[in-house]
Design a binder for this molecule. Structure first.
Ligand SMILES: CCCCCCCCCC/C=C\CCCCCCC/C=C/C(=O)SCCNC(=O)CCNC(=O)[C@H](O)C(C)(C)COP(=O)(O)OP(=O)(O)OC[C@H]1O[C@@H](n2cnc3c(N)ncnc32)[C@H](O)[C@@H]1OP(=O)(O)O
Ligand SMILES: Cc1cc2nc3c(=O)[nH]c(=O)nc-3n(C[C@H](O)[C@H](O)[C@H](O)COP(=O)(O)OP(=O)(O)OC[C@H]3O[C@@H](n4cnc5c(N)ncnc54)[C@H](O)[C@@H]3O)c2cc1C
Length: 633
């Protein structure tokens, strides 16, 4: 083991295993995760690490081991495929969940165990604006069939992931039977038997190469009436239409995956922090004091400033992911029982946190890569691949700006309710104080109060202030004679800013609530330091907001920076131990820089030598091209 890494792991001030247990949701979950990793994957003789041929093996193994819990599926898949993306991701996170949530019982029993499928919603002309989708589904009572058709070039289904030419069971979103509703259909196609279908691949992408995103053009293709997913809406044999309790129930799968993406952003950021911080502990470069040995780059304050706030953010997003999926499970359970009262709040929370966490993690991955210098740019670090696989999450499952505006819509509605004298509950209950001016900024002391509860209050006031400013912008636009829609559009910068601040407050509050639950003194102490770092770093990035909200004075601004530097120094001794607690296995990280033993240089040389380019001392291209050319000179 590298001596630097060894030294970093001495004198731990907290129990790493206990922190790993907290991240997993308990010691039993940690044991189960490791059992899946060590016994069911790494020690499985059939396991051929991450090669495409192992995909069918993985599916059969999941069934053989009876793994059906979504989280356990993800543990197994992420061990199997490491930081890459496997071709069946969409099957697991969209196709199956849609069948689970939108099929009636007869359809569920008929389809769920049997098929692999994709999710064809986006069209060439519309991805965000679902009410603009053009694919039609016209019911023919004479044959009891739906006629599926792509009337225009922009209606061609574009992007369905995992469009395996042999299996084409897919979930459709199609123009509705009635003007504002969407309905889901299972195609049941199996090529090449169906005529009227034109499919293909949309071509090379930025990344996401394990997934073959395709296109699908339908020319009056007929499918049985029974292929409409009929849990919430039905078309009767006589063609009569039974509307769902809410037209937004059709959007349920997107809310599910957005809820998963929040925690996934934390996982991906924790992977990158593991790589960058372990590497920074073994990389020596330049000098701090002339004549002395080159220091670990982790001892440079700028390197700590790059990485430690991201480390705190990774923990924050992992805890937010736990809160998000628990909230999703609770509210979707109520929806399943017909209680849709919290569906708007679930939509607003999942949409906002999906955008907030992916935007932040996306930027953070690049900071981790650049903090590793040239070796960070090498594929051996795994950081370029992680970035290329993660970055589309800012676009898919709801483009982030649009998602932030959906959250803003909920915040504006809530603000109006407070203005009308209503008492709010849930995540927006802090807006009640705005109305009664309880949010009047406290007379802040000359010293910045570092108590975590105080910091949460300051973020709450900042969010409330920005919500009020956005509402006032809309009101001012209306007062200038703008229609409601133009007033909204002319305020969307303010609206996104308000949603971002609302999500930032929510994430810090979740982090603080999780820290409060930690009983072990050592773990509580180090987590409390990270939560402070998360809050103070955000205050440094958005100082203007806090000044504008009147909760920070110009005289206090220098103390924010001073406090930040102190927290960075406080985290330094525990940095490697904090990434060890994420418990990412070397095989899954697949990173020369992030190895648990820190033996980077030896591994890097072996990695380079294993390249096909180095299979011979002199590359064949010399003999084939250069030598004949030289002979002619
Ligand atoms: C079972 C096994 C599971 C195994 C799981 C393993 C774990 C895996 C972990 C891996 C995690 C992450 C990896 C992810 C990899 C996934 C790869 C994904 C590939 C990509 C796929 C896709 O992109 S699929 C397509 C996605 N497309 C979208 O998201 C479209 C976005 N657009 C929309 O959602 C809507 O158009 C929009 C909401 C923007 C507007 O809708 P619209 O109907 O126009 O509504 P509005 O007019 O704006 O508003 C009207 C009112 O409706 C309310 N509302 C809107 N949406 C919802 C909703 N979803 N729920 C509830 N309410 C909604 C809105 O608030 C308005 O209400 P108001 O009261 O009138 O204000
Ligand atoms: C890797 C990847 C995999 C995908 N897999 C699938 C899949 O399996 N199945 C599937 O159905 N789809 C899939 N998609 C498609 C994805 O869902 C859409 O790309 C996404 O919903 C964004 O829609 P769009 O592409 O139409 O972008 P647009 O909505 O056209 O966005 C372009 C710009 O317009 C802005 N904009 C749009 N509407 C508004 C508004 N109301 N207010 C302000 N600004 C706005 C956006 O902010 C953005 O800046 C995938 C996409 C990617 C990148």
């Amino acid at each position: 083991m590298n001596p630097d890494i060894l030294r970093e792991r001495q004198n731990a001030t907290f129990d790493i295993e206990k922190l790993t247990n907290i991240l997993d949701g308990g010691a039993e979950r940690t044991n189960r995760r490791r059992e899946i990793r060590e016994v069911l994957v790494l020690n499985d003789p059939d396991f051929d690490y991450g090669t495409p041929t192992s995909l069918p093996t993985m599916i059969l193994k999941l069934r053989e081991y009876g793994i059906s819990d979504p989280v356990e599926i993800n543990w197994y898949k992420s061990m199997y495929w490491g930081t890459g993306r496997e071709a069946l991701g969409l099957h697991y996170v969209m196709f199956l969940p849609t069948l689970y949530t939108q099929c009636d019982s007869e359809q569920f029993n008929k389809w769920v165990p049997l098929i692999i499928g994709t999710y064809a919603q986006t069209e060439m002309g519309h991805g965000t604006h679902l009410r603009g989708l053009e694919t039609t589904a016209t019911f023919d009572p004479a044959t009891q069939e739906f006629v599926m058709h792509s009337p225009t070039v922009t209606s061609i289904k574009w992007w369905p992931g995992g469009r395996n030419p042999l299996f084409l069971p897919l979930i459709f979103l199609s123009i509705p039977l009635s003007a504002s509703l969407f309905d889901l259909f299972l195609s049941g196609f199996a090529l090449p038997t169906c005529s009227g279908i034109v499919i293909g691949d949309i071509g090379p992408k930025f990344g996401f190469d394990a997934v073959d995103n395709g296109y699908l053009k339908l020319e009056h293709v007929r499918i049985p009436r029974e292929n409409m997913l009929m849990k919430y809406a039905q078309v009767k044999p006589d063609g009569s239409y039974v509307k769902p309790l809410s037209s937004k129930l059709t959007y349920g799968t997107m809310v599910f995956i957005r809820s998963l993406i929040v925690g996934n952003a934390g996982i991906v950021l924790s992977q990158c922090c593991t790589i960058a911080i372990r590497y920074s502990a073994v990389r020596h470069q330049s000098e701090i004091r002339a004549g002395e040995a080159e220091p670990q780059i982790l001892d440079y304050q700028t390197q700590q400033h790059k990485l430690f706030p991201l480390l705190a953010t990774a923990y924050a997003f992992l805890f937010a992911g736990q809160y998000m999926i628990d909230t999703y499970n609770r509210i979707s359970g109520d929806i399943n029982q017909g209680d849709l009262s919290e569906m708007p709040e679930l939509h607003a929370l999942s949409a906002g946190l999906k955008a907030f966490t992916t935007w932040t993690a996306n930027t953070g991955i690049e900071v981790c890569r650049m903090s590793c210098g040239g070796h960070g740019y090498s594929r051996s670090s795994a950081l370029p691949d992680i970035y290329v696989e993660f970055t589309p999450s800012c676009t898919y499952e709801g483009e982030n700006t649009v998602m932030m505006l959906q959250t803003a819509r909920f915040l504006m509605k809530s603000y109006r309710q407070v203005q009308a004298g209503q008492q709010l509950s849930g995540a927006v209950s802090y807006l009640n104080k705005v109305h009664h001016r309880v949010m009047a900024p406290q007379a802040v002391s000359s010293q910045l109060d570092l108590n975590l509860n105080t910091l949460v209050d300051l973020y709450e006031i900042r969010a409330a202030m920005l919500v009020e400013l956005a509402a006032q912008s809309i009101q001012q636009e209306s007062a200038r004679g703008k229609c409601q829609e133009d007033s909204w559009n002319n305020s969307t910068i303010d609206l996104v800013r308000a949603s971002d601040a609302h999500c930032h407050y929510m994430v810090l509050k979740m982090f603080r609530d999780k820290v409060d639950q930690i009983e072990d003194p050592g773990v509580h102490s180090v987590m409390s330091t990270l939560a402070h770092l998360y809050a103070i770093h955000g205050m440094g990035n958005f100082t203007g907001d806090f000044l504008q909200a009147g909760v920070l004075t110009g005289a206090q601004v220098p103390s924010v920076s001073k406090c930040l530097k102190g927290l960075l120094a406080e985290v330094r001794p525990s940095a490697v131990l904090l990434v060890d607690a994420f418990d990412h296995h070397d095989k899954m990280l697949n990173s020369v820089l992030g190895r648990h033993d820190g033996n980077v240089y030896e591994a890097m040389f072996e990695w380079a030598r294993s390249s096909p380019l180095n299979r011979t001392e002199v590359h064949e291209s010399f003999h084939k091209h250069l030598k004949p050319l030289q002979a002619k000179l």
